[in-house]
Design a protein around this ligand. Structure first.
Ligand SMILES: Cc1cc2nc3c(=O)[nH]c(=O)nc-3n(C[C@H](O)[C@H](O)[C@H](O)COP(=O)(O)OP(=O)(O)OC[C@H]3O[C@@H](n4cnc5c(N)ncnc54)[C@H](O)[C@@H]3O)c2cc1C
Length: 434
């Protein structure tokens, strides 16, 4: 799992991509020297020498990203949450110039050419952003809209859509869910009908993250009348084409800084060369793409849960009730101990799935288990921790209340808990036989 060529390669990539604007702060040399120090918010298991999947290079990457988060993102999160949108083009340009939008993407298209464990490390670090909306929008760009394009897209298509997405010049969105089809992806009705050397697209997409700001969509559409798993294709769809209508920005319970759109397509004409890979393989490509999406989401929320526990410990240690800190009541510190234990179990599952994935294994079952557990744990953890904050937990001034709202999505989006259970049961061969 060690990076071939080690620190030298990362440093070369890093310096050649001007990863450091932050050079003056830490410097490329000091980057490798500092990597053995423990990242601020990570679990106690995270040291360079004994980490299960991370090397010095992973920690170097995380440390640099943390500086960007602290300087360019976190100071503005409250404002973006209030405005219901963050400036995706500006933030993606900063992250793209620094190499963070394509750590595991091919070098020839601007990526760092590293394995997926680096994506997991980046996602973990993005969990230090003080809301769920901004990391989700970044994850959509890096691990939800672009994996299939990077793997199966033509060179021309990668040049046009992948490279600028990795460099932060284009914002991407993923068009899978529809008004009548979320969990049941096979039942989408958006059609792309071949006419000459173009597809004519009609239909619509629902709950599209980044949809208001996106330059292109990775669209799943039916390209034939055949069987539902064989009639779908992934197509790169520029969002500025005639016939693409942003119907509305959807208001939500949480994830306020991430814009969510409903989009309609009315005779949108896209060149057939915008097809990703083979026609009819879109469902399969999308299912593959989901593996990375799910592991990415788990890594991201693990850091958030860690941070919420730490801040809850800090607050309950200071807040006194009945002449002693809230934390000293056994019900409180026992519950926190239990939640931290569950969190560490989840982290182990994530690292195991990641290690197997980068060795080329199909980890659909483990990734689904991790996603299921992460969604459920986030609901339990946010509820318990918020309770320990008392009235403060119900205010908008603290991370725990934002996490309570934002994290609720994980059990629904990207495959609901019940969809995960169905996949796990299928792998266990326990589904009723037809
Ligand atoms: C904030 C946000 C951002 C999103 N971003 C995107 C995006 O960028 N791109 C995109 O394509 N989609 C996106 N989605 C859509 C998301 O993936 C879907 O909402 C999700 O897949 C669930 O689909 P649905 O909402 O249609 O729920 P439905 O499919 O209607 O399911 C409703 C409920 O039924 C239950 N259920 C589902 N399957 C089963 C089963 N087999 N057995 C028993 N019960 C079951 C579950 O409890 C589920 O929550 C986003 C959604 C939200 C809310």
């Amino acid at each position: 799992m060690a990076l071939h060529g080690g620190a030298l390669r990362l440093n070369l990539l890093v310096s050649s991509r001007n990863l450091y604007k932050f050079n003056s702060l830490i410097g490329v040399r000091s980057l490798s020297e500092k990597v053995s120090s423990k990242p601020e918010s990570s679990s106690s298991s995270e040291t360079t020498s004994d980490h299960l999947i991370y090397t010095q290079e992973h920690f170097a990457l995380k440390e640099t990203l943390r500086k960007i988060i602290d300087q360019e993102i976190n100071p503005y999160v409250d404002q973006w949450e209030t405005e219901g949108k963050f400036p995706a083009h500006k933030i993606f340009k900063i992250l793209g110039s620094a190499g963070f939008l394509g750590v595991n993407k091919p070098v020839e298209y601007g990526g760092l050419g590293l394995d997926f464990s680096y994506s997991v490390a980046v996602s973990e670090e993005l969990g230090n952003i003080r809301c769920g909306g901004v990391p989700m929008a970044i994850g959509v760009q890096t691990d939800m809209t672009t994996p299939a394009l990077a793997r199966f897209g033509s060179a021309e298509l990668k040049e046009e859509f992948l490279l600028p997405s990795i460099m932060g010049d284009k914002v991407a969105c993923l068009g899978v869910s529809e008004v009548g089809a979320g969990s049941d992806v096979s039942s989408i009705v958006t059609k792309a009908v071949r006419k000459g050397d173009e597809y004519v697209i009609n239909g619509g997409k629902m709950w599209t993250t980044n949809g208001i700001q996106a330059d292109w969509m990775c669209l799943l559409a039916n390209t034939s009348e055949g069987a539902p798993h064989r009639n779908k294709s992934l197509i790169c769809l520029p969002m500025n084409l005639p016939g693409v209508h942003i119907a509305r920005k959807i208001e939500k319970l949480g994830m306020w800084s991430s814009d969510t759109a409903q989009v309609f397509f009315d005779d949108v004409r896209v060149p057939c060369k915008n097809l990703i890979g083979q026609e009819g393989m879109g469902f399969t490509y999308q299912m593959l793409q989901f593996q990375e999406e799910r592991l990415w989401a788990v890594a991201n929320i693990i850091t958030m849960m860690d941070n919420v526990i730490q801040e809850t410990i800090q607050y309950t240690r200071e807040r006194k009730i009945f002449k002693q800190p809230v934390l000293y009541h056994q019900a409180v510190h026992f519950r926190l101990a239990e939640l931290q234990t569950e969190l560490e179990l989840l982290r182990s599952l994530l690292y195991r799935a990641t290690a197997l994935y980068i060795k080329g294994n199909d980890v659909t079952k483990l990734a689904s288990m991790a996603k299921l557990k992460a969604g459920r744990l986030a609901r339990e953890l946010s509820d318990s921790c918020l309770q320990f904050w008392g009235g403060m937990g119900f205010t908008s001034d603290v991370l725990v209340s934002r996490f309570y709202r934002d994290s609720r999505l994980l059990s629904i989006g990207g495959g609901a808990d019940e969809v995960m259970l169905g996949i796990i049961a299928k792998y266990m061969d326990t589904l009723p036989r037809k």
